[in-house]
Design a protein around this ligand. Sequence first.
Ligand code: IMP
Ligand code: MG
Length: 178
Amino acid sequence: MLHKISAILFDENKIQRRVSDLAAQISKDYEDNDLVIIAVLKGSFVFLADLCRCFTIPIEIDFIAISSYGDSAVSSGKVTVKKDIDIDIKGKHVLIVEDIVDTGISLQYLCDHLLSRMPASIKSCTLLDKCMKHEADIKIDYKGFDIDDEFVVGYGLDYAEQFRNLPYIGILKEEFYK
Ligand code: IMP
Ligand code: MG
């Protein structure tokens, strides 16, 4: 598996430091408000597990699964909900937790989808952001790292369901997805 990775972008220590800073900021911003975390499956599961254990405020957690990639490295641009949330978010403060934002089409779709349930507010948090690739008009409220236009895997992120268990975030060699 390791021969498919061209470089380690963020190692475990760097990720943990950034995740605990993000959790501290979010805990401060929501200290007076009840917060519902909606994590986007599957890629955010490792990030969520680390982030939520650093929170110093009470939170509820739910999951949503969407699909726009299939086994491709390029977004199809068409988003569908594969598993919806179970919690009633009406009147509650919602934070969407994503692994990575690329075109932003998924995040925009999720915001619209969840806004129809009339939450008190919606903000977004992503570990990684390919900011120069945004196509949708989205606002990211909390961000771990900006990255260039490279396909990355590990720490929950996959290519064709592989690599999610790597403890670091690495760049997948082009020859394995092009
Ligand atoms: P967007 O709708 O184009 O912003 O796509 C966001 C989703 O695409 C993320 O939640 C990931 O599931 C997936 N994705 C985008 N870039 C990468 C990458 O470099 N590695 C792994 N998954 C990615
Ligand atoms: Mg994702």
